[in-house]
Structure formats: C-alpha cells, structure tokens
Ligand binder design. Sequence first.
Ligand code: IMP
Length: 447
Amino acid sequence: MREMATAHTCVFGLGWGDEGKGKVVDLLSTRFDVVVRFNGGANAGHTVWVGEEKFALHLLPTGALHADVSAVIGPGVVVDPTKLVEEIDGLAARGIDVGDRLKISDRAHLVMPYHKLEDQLAEACASVPKKIGTTARGIGPCYADKALRTSAVRFSDVLHSQDFRERITTLTKDRIRTLQARFGEDIELDCVNAADAVMAACDRLKCRICDTTEFLHSAMDDGQSVLFEAANGTLLDINHGTYPYVTSSNTGPHGIGPGAGVPSHSAERLIGVTKAYTTRVGAGPFVSELHDEIGDQIRKQGNEFGTTTGRPRRCGWFDAVATRYTAKLTGATDVAMMHLDTLANFEQVGICVGYEYAGKTSSTFHAHSDILEQSKPVIEFVPGWQDCIRKIRRFEDLPSEARNYVSRVESLVGVPVTLIGVGPERSQTIVRGALEQFVQIPEATTT
Ligand code: IMP
C-alpha cells in the first residue's frame, strides 16, 4: 500500500482522444496501488516517454510500466487477445515484466479476428458522409456483438466453456457467411488459423483472467488507492459525443460503474485532460479546425500523428465550447492542459469561444453532427509567446502571455488547470493548486 492515502482518481480525455492522458496517468501511477482500464480496446494509444524511450500502450493500463502497480483490464474493455500478448511481450523485451500484476476481467469481451475484418470492410464500403474513420481495431463490431449477446465471447468462456475452440470456430464461420452476404462472396478468413491464433493467445493469458470486480472491491476495502484510466475521449463517448462519429463505449468517468465494476462515484478526483489546442482523428465535426498553414504548423510542432494508426491528426485552436461541455458532463475537478509548449512561436493564439450557426452565436454543444459541421467558430485571439518553455517547472516562470492564455482557458472551461505539460518527458510538467500535494515531478533525464 502507498504511504499516504490517495483519493481514487480518474484520468480521462475532454476531447476526441489523444489528449496526452498516457503521460498524466504515468505521472500519477506511482501514487496508486492499482491502475484500471475500463473502456475501449486497442483503439486507444497512450504514449509515455521515459527518458528517451518511447512506450506506446494500446491495451495495457499505463500502470503496467511500474513494477509495484497492479494493472487491471476491467469488464468494460474489449480485448484483442493477440494484440495484448504482443504488448506484454514487447514490454518484456524492453525489460518490463508485467507478470502477475496484470489482471484481466473474466467479464471482458474478446475482439475476434472477424470483428477486425468487419470493421475494415464496413469502413471501406461506407459512403463518405457516414464513414466514421475508425481505427479498424474491431471495436464497434465487438461491442455490437456484446449488445446482441448470443454471438459474443467473454474471457470467462476461455476458462469455463468446454467447447471453446469449437464455439469460436463456429462463430467465425457464421460471421464469414454474413460478411460474404453483405460485402461479397470473395471475402475470406482462414477459420483454422484465426481460431489457432485466438487459442494460442488465450492460453498465454489464461493465468491472468480473474474476477477483477472482486479484486477491486477487496483492494479498495483494504485501503488501496485506485487510478481509473479512461481511453479515447469524452467527445467520442457513445452517448454524449459527436454521434455517429464516436467510439462504442462510455469514455469518461461515468464509464467507471459499467466498465470497472465499482461505483462511478468511487473516483473523487476527476482529472480531465486536454491539449492547449484541439485535435481529432477520423471523420466528424470539428468546429475550430484550421485548414491552413497554422493548422499545419501545430501538427508539425506537436508531432500530431496517431499513436494507433499513424494518421495525421486534424488540428485547430482550443475549443472552449466543446471542452466546457465535456468538463460539465463529467464533473471534472481538475484540468490537465498538455502540449502548452507546442503553441510557442505564434504571434497570437486563438480560442474558440462560441459557435455561429444560422446567424446566431451560441456556446452550447449541439447534439446533431450536421449542425456542428455547419457551425463557424467564433475565435478570440490573445497574444502568443516566442520563448521555448520546456525547461520551466513553475507556473510563475512562464511568459506572461502563456500564463494569461492558461487563465483565459480556465475561466472559459470553469475548472482549474492544475497540471500543464511543457514537453513530452515526465519531467516536463508544471503542477499547481490542488495537484501540487499529489504529483511529484521527476528530475529531467535528458535536458
Ligand atoms: P473506433 O473506436 O475504432 O470504432 O473509432 C471510432 C472513432 O473514434 C474514429 O474517429 C477514431 O479515429 C476515434 N478514436 C477511437 N479511439 C481513439 C483514440 O484513442 N484517440 C483518438 N481517436 C480515437
């Protein structure tokens, strides 16, 4: 157990994913006994820099990087077993043994090879306005099967179904027939190879499958502290996001109940992560998107290319309308603003403070994607800063323009910005206010 009692905490994205959650979770992980993933699957890509070493985790909770932290994959996650084994082996090859610390919920569902195929085919065939631009990791088809129930596979089946191999082979054959009827007779998937791959991965993972709900309740009863690591971002939430351009799970702290098996209110500190500007990958409305050289400059300075798919990210000014919406609906207690360093060298920096639609300006986030698509951003400009801020560790030492920018965002979003990222490394972070007691920033390893 940790020395000091630490409030159970959730770290989640306030935007469309890729906000820099990996670094925040990683900074906090050492304060917690358990780190839990509770939604999504290998569509997530959490990047963490340790010194000059880059780690990109997709399925493993970021806590897996720390030797004395338990890493839990909760019931709400959809797990591609072959990807998970690859990730475990990848860490082992770099000297990090996940070992017994990893616990996979017996209630979590398996992403099967045919889910990935279906995801790719559906995207390839969708007409452009409804092409979602998924990560092709089989997330939507797997959650759809989970909701259908009869065609879904859970990790408890790996342990307890007598005829597991037969079942997954039958499910694969059935699905191929359905996919052929939908997408064409030439659709192929080698059922034997697919079943072999799933079986081999499940054999490796078997010893990690358990009742993580029971594990978490006991850990919490014993006074252990838990960090809930959300994947994706709240604007991608299946209920509250820019539907249908969303993912298929609850991506904020409201997903803890269904996805981790403990009450959502267990998490008292709710750290919403955003970048100092806004990005999105895939299709869907993005009111403050920049289609000009400023957008290109942000992409270049921020290295905005997807961790999971390598796709260039769409970039725009910070969207305060969207971020206030997600901060409110999640009840964020803190905002972590990442990538402030990326905004250096702009004469002025924009903030989207309203949406203009049909001649009216509004600051509410509309439910209909078409209306958002047609909305124009109302941009407020504030002076930029020219200095590199990567070596700064105290808020007071930031250029006054950068401080004013953070304060303006804070007042628009309505939640204090208590953590600021000024570079990719763990050490390149400023903490302030309530988080000062909570987060210890390590010494620089490279600068
Ligand atoms: P899916 O989750 O692969 O079905 O993709 C649905 C939408 O969510 C697509 O626009 C993806 O690009 C986006 N998406 C899903 N996960 C992430 C993420 O972790 N970061 C950024 N975008 C994501």
